[in-house]
Design a protein around this ligand. Structure first.
Ligand code: MN
Length: 426
C-alpha cells in the first residue's frame, strides 16, 4: 500500500499501532490496526478467516472492543499476531488475500476513536531529571533536586477514571491561595498547564506479593502512547504538601488513540544511562545491563499550540517545544521494577507514565511551568498573542516519532485536547 511508505503517515508496515474505533457497520467499538493512512478492522479479519492460524484465545481477543484480552494473551501471542499482520499486509498488493483484506481497510481520517484499553490504574512518575531540576529550581533555587531523586524513580498514584481521548478539557475549579494572601479562595484555575509525557501500557501484570525483577520488566510492556497530564499549577502548589499531587492533576489526563507495540520500537532503542560519573549507581534491584544498554528510546516529542484566534485566521499550530524520551534519568523497566519492588501488583492495561519529558536545552521543556518560569516570562506567539498559561479554547497537540537512517519513520500519532471554559464562566 503506497500510503504505508509515505513518511508523513508514520504508520509503516514496521509500526502497526493498535486502536479502538467506532465501526460504522454495526455501531460498536472494534480493534483496528493502523497502516499508512488506513486502518484494518481486526474483528473483521477474523470473520473472513484470516486469523485461523492463531490460537483460539488470541482469535477471540481480536474480536474484543479493547486491547485488554489481547494483553492477557502474553508477549508470545502479541508477537505472533504482529508477524501475521505484517505478512498479510505485506502481501496485499499481489496475494490471494488481497480481495479479502481490501474491504476491511478504512480511511483513518474522521474516524471516531475510543480508549484502546480499559485502564484500571494510572501511575505517574517523574523520570526526567531535567524537568525535576527546572521545576525544583523555581521553588528551591539552592537545592533543585531533592536527595532521593538519583536513588529511586519518584512517582504517585493518579486517577484512571479521568483518562480521556481527545475532546474538551474543562478548566477545573479548586482552592487557590494567591501570593501574599493568607486565605485561599475557590475558583477556576488561572494557571492551567499541559505536561508532555509518554505512557507505557502494562501488558501482563504480576501477582500480589511477587515483584517483577528488573531483567524481566521490559517484557511486561505491551506498547507506548502519548499522554498529556493536564495540571492546574495554582491548585497544585497549595495542595501538594505533604502528600503530593491531587486535584490539581486528577481532573483530566489525555491519552492518544494509538498504542505502538514495543516490538515496533526495537530499532530505536538506545543506551539509557545519562547518569554523569559521580552519580550513585542504581541499587541492584534497579540495575540491569540489558536495561541500561537499550532501556532508552530515541523518540522525538513535540508540543504544538493552536489558539482560537490562530484558527480563526487559518494559522497553523505553533511548536512550543521539542524533546526526546532518551533524556529520561529512569527507564520504564526501572519504573516497573521499583513500582513492584514492595509486592504491589500491576495488572494488564495499567498506565505507567514517564512524567514530564524535558531535555537539557532551552526549547526542550515539556510544560509551560518551565517555559514561562511559572508565568513570569510569557511566550510570544507569532500572531502577537502571549501565553503564561493556557487560555480557554487553546488546543494542545502532542506528537511523537522515531527516526533513524535506513528505517521508516514510526509515529505515535497525536494526542489532542482543547481547553473548555470553567463551569459558570460567562
Ligand atoms: Mn505528570
Amino acid at each position: 500500500m503506497a500510503s504505508a511508505n509515505d513518511p508523513a503517515s508514520g504508520f509503516p508496515l514496521q509500526s502497526l499501532p493498535y486502536c479502538s474505533f467506532l465501526s460504522s457497520q454495526d455501531g460498536n467499538a472494534h480493534l483496528g490496526v493502523g497502516i499508512g493512512s488506513f486502518l484494518l478492522d481486526l474483528s473483521k479479519l477474523g470473520q473472513v478467516g484470516l486469523l485461523h492460524s492463531l490460537n483460539a484465545e488470541t482469535q477471540s481477543a481480536c474480536a474484543a472492543p479493547q486491547l485488554n484480552s489481547l494483553m492477557r494473551c502474553g508477549p508470545a501471542a502479541w508477537s505472533t499476531l504482529r508477524q501475521l499482520l505484517i505478512k498479510l499486509l505485506k502481501e496485499d498488493a499481489s496475494s490471494k488475500h488481497q480481495s479479502k483484506i481490501e474491504p476491511l481497510l478504512i480511511p483513518t481520517k474522521d474516524l471516531q476513536f475510543f480508549k484502546p484499553i480499559v485502564v484500571g490504574n494510572y501511575t505517574d512518575f517523574y523520570a526526567s531529571i531535567h524537568h525535576a531540576t527546572n521545576v525544583g529550581r523555581l521553588f528551591r533555587p539552592d537545592q533543585p533536586l531533592l536527595p532521593n531523586y538519583k536513588w529511586l524513580p519518584i512517582g504517585y498514584h493518579g486517577r484512571a477514571s479521568s483518562l480521556v481521548i481527545g475532546g474538551g478539557i474543562r478548566r477545573p475549579h479548586g482552592q487557590i491561595r494567591l501570593t501574599g494572601q493568607e486565605s485561599p479562595a475557590f475558583g477556576p484555575t488561572k494557571q492551567l498547564d499541559y505536561e508532555l509525557e509518554v505512557a507505557a501500557y502494562i501488558g501482563t501484570g504480576n501477582s500480589l506479593g511477587e515483584p517483577i525483577p528488573i531483567a524481566k520488566a521490559a517484557q511486561h510492556i505491551f506498547g507506548l502512547s502519548l499522554l498529556n497530564d493536564w495540571s492546574a499549577r495554582d491548585i497544585q502548589s497549595w495542595e501538594y504538601q505533604p502528600l503530593g499531587p491531587f486535584l490539581g492533576k486528577s481532573f483530566a489526563t489525555s491519552i492518544s488513540p494509538w498504542v505502538v507495540p514495543t516490538e515496533a520500537l526495537s530499532a530505536f532503542r538506545v543506551p539509557s544511562s545519562i547518569r554523569p560519573s559521580g552519580d550513585p549507581e542504581p541499587l541492584s534491584y534497579l540495575s540491569n545491563a540489558a536495561s541500561e544498554d537499550a532501556g532508552g528510546i530515541d523518540l522525538t516529542l513535540e508540543v504544538f499550540l493552536s489558539t482560537a484566534r490562530m484558527r480563526e485566521t487559518s494559522l497553523a499550530p505553533v511548536r512550543l517545544s521539542e524533546g526526546n524520551l532518551c533524556n529520561l534519568y529512569w527507564t520504564f523497566p526501572q519504573m516497573i521494577a521499583h513500582h513492584t519492588s514492595n509486592g504491589c501488583n500491576l495488572i494488564e492495561g495499567d498506565v505507567i507514565a514517564s512524567g514530564t519529558v524535558s531535555g537539557p536545552h532551552p526549547g526542550s521543556e515539556g510544560c509551560l511551568l518551565e517555559i514561562t518560569r511559572r508565568g513570569a516570562s510569557p511566550i510570544q506567539l507569532p500572531n502577537g498573542e502571549t501565553r503564561a498559561f493556557l487560555e480557554d479554547a487553546d488546543e494542545i497537540i502532542l506528537n511523537g516519532f522515531c527516526e533513524r537512517e535506513g528505517f521508516p519513520r514510526v509515529s505515535l500519532g497525536e494526542c489532542r485536547g482543547t481547553v473548555l471554559p470553567a463551569h459558570g464562566a460567562s
